[in-house]
Write a protein of this length. Structure first.
Length: 429
């Protein structure tokens, strides 16, 4: 009973003492997503792929080029030839403009646009993947700190118990009721506990620093996670069966996009060996300055037809198309194999969650038994039926059981986050 009272007192003490900076899980995830450089880079890649899409669409438009040439000689490079040419010619200029339009390019323009659009979709999937990864890591860091906070409460309550026991031993030693070694046993156990408390505090500071650097929050030694671990009841799964549909899995989406990309690359390669037709017009102005010769305007129209023969039938192109077929088969095999591996990963995370629930259940039983064992040994010691070492052993067992229960709850939260991450639903939690 006395131990239970000291536990309640320590909890109230911690609550009243701290004027902390409290942060919730949602605030943490929002801050991490806003700060993450990987997400920022993913968004930049999306903008870059948008530019690629716009560039690919411009291939449907005519291409226009303008050129000019001017030549001036210190001597006449065409001598006078009266009466046809009264003065020699020492300069020359030409200006031209040409516009061409691809009428048929073997489907490469359309395929190029589809590839650019596909890359845009791939970058959006990669962006979602970056967001999910940041959310998962943030949750793991968050629950790790929550676990450390709960561990600190456990150590404080056990320290209060041992200090109370130490005071009792000192009084009994002064009265000559116990030997000195009983007092030393309590001191040794209390020193060991205080050392663990110091290590835990340093670990907590390091975890908070790591959390702040990851989320972009300013470092605050009084930063406290809002959530606690409710040891009074076991969590329950909302899903009764694992979700192996892969519908929302980003890696699965990337595997599908890879297959589509290989098919488009094959179409693009085939286009290199199909006929192409283009047409255009040009206008050219040719003349001489200040030689009374004037200038000439030369308009022209052009049509170009290109038909690859050897490359497509027996040359390099035939072998490239074989390579493309092989690449398509590899992508399809990777899709099947990757899908199977993803399903195995989902099942592993699902069973990890179920193991986490079982671990919590057994840990709760251990805490109940350790609490009862401590109470019995404390009562027996007061009645002279047990040694002080029995009480210390019971206290150590209770402390270990409480620590195991906290670790079980914190680990379960990380495991459930990992499960929702692999099925692609962590952003909807």
């Amino acid at each position: 009973m006395r131990f239970i009272i000291t536990t309640i007192f320590s909890t109230l003490y911690l609550t009243g003492f701290s004027q902390e900076h409290v942060v919730s899980l949602e605030q943490s995830k929002k801050a991490a997503v806003d700060y993450s450089f990987s997400i920022k880079n993913s968004n930049l890649k999306i903008n870059s792929s948008k530019a690629d899409v716009a560039a690919a669409k411009s291939d449907y438009l005519p291409s226009l080029s303008v050129s000019g040439v001017g030549l001036y000689g210190f001597k006449d490079f065409v001598g006078a030839y009266p009466p046809l040419l009264e003065k020699g010619v020492n300069n020359f200029y030409m200006a031209s403009a040409t516009a061409t339009e691809a009428i048929y390019a073997g489907g490469k323009i359309r395929t190029g646009n589809e590839l650019a659009a596909l890359q845009f979709e791939v970058n959006k999937v990669l962006s979602r993947q970056s967001v999910d990864s940041v959310l998962l890591t943030t949750e793991q860091k968050y629950w790790n700190i929550v676990g450390l906070q709960e561990q600190k409460k456990t150590l404080v309550s056990n320290a209060i118990f041992l200090k109370s026991l130490l005071k009792q031993q000192e009084d009994m030693l002064a009265s000559g009721l116990i030997a000195r070694n009983d007092l030393l046993k309590v001191k040794v156990q209390l020193s060991h506990l205080l050392l663990n408390e110091s290590k835990l505090e340093n670990g907590h500071r390091l975890a908070v620093l790591d959390f702040c650097l990851y989320t972009g929050m300013p470092y605050d030694s009084l930063l406290v996670m809002k959530d606690t671990l409710d040891n009074s009841q076991s969590p329950a799964l909302t899903d009764f069966d694992p979700d192996t549909s892969l519908t929302n899995n980003n890696n699965y989406q990337l595997l599908i996009k890879n297959v589509e990309g290989e098919k488009l690359q094959t179409r693009l390669t085939k286009g290199d060996y199909l006929p192409s037709v283009s047409a255009g017009v040009s206008a050219t102005e040719v003349g001489v300055i200040k030689r009374d010769l004037g200038s000439s305007f030369i308009p022209a129209a052009v049509a170009i037809v290109k038909i690859p023969v050897s490359d497509g039938l027996w040359g390099r192109g035939r072998q490239k198309l074989k390579q493309r077929a092989i690449s398509e088969n590899i992508a399809q095999n990777n899709l099947i194999d990757g899908s199977n591996q993803l399903k195995v990963g989902i099942m592993k995370n699902w069973y990890d969650v179920k193991d986490g629930l079982a671990e919590i259940a057994y840990a709760r039983i251990n805490v109940e038994q350790a609490t009862e064992n401590l109470k019995v040994n404390e009562d027996n010691y007061k009645a002279g039926l047990a040694a002080i070492s029995d009480v210390l052993d019971a206290q150590a067992a209770y402390q270990q059981a409480s620590s195991d229960l906290i670790n079980a709850y914190a680990t379960y939260e990380s495991k459930i986050a990992s499960y929702y991450y692999i099925i692609g639903k962590i952003s909807g939690r």
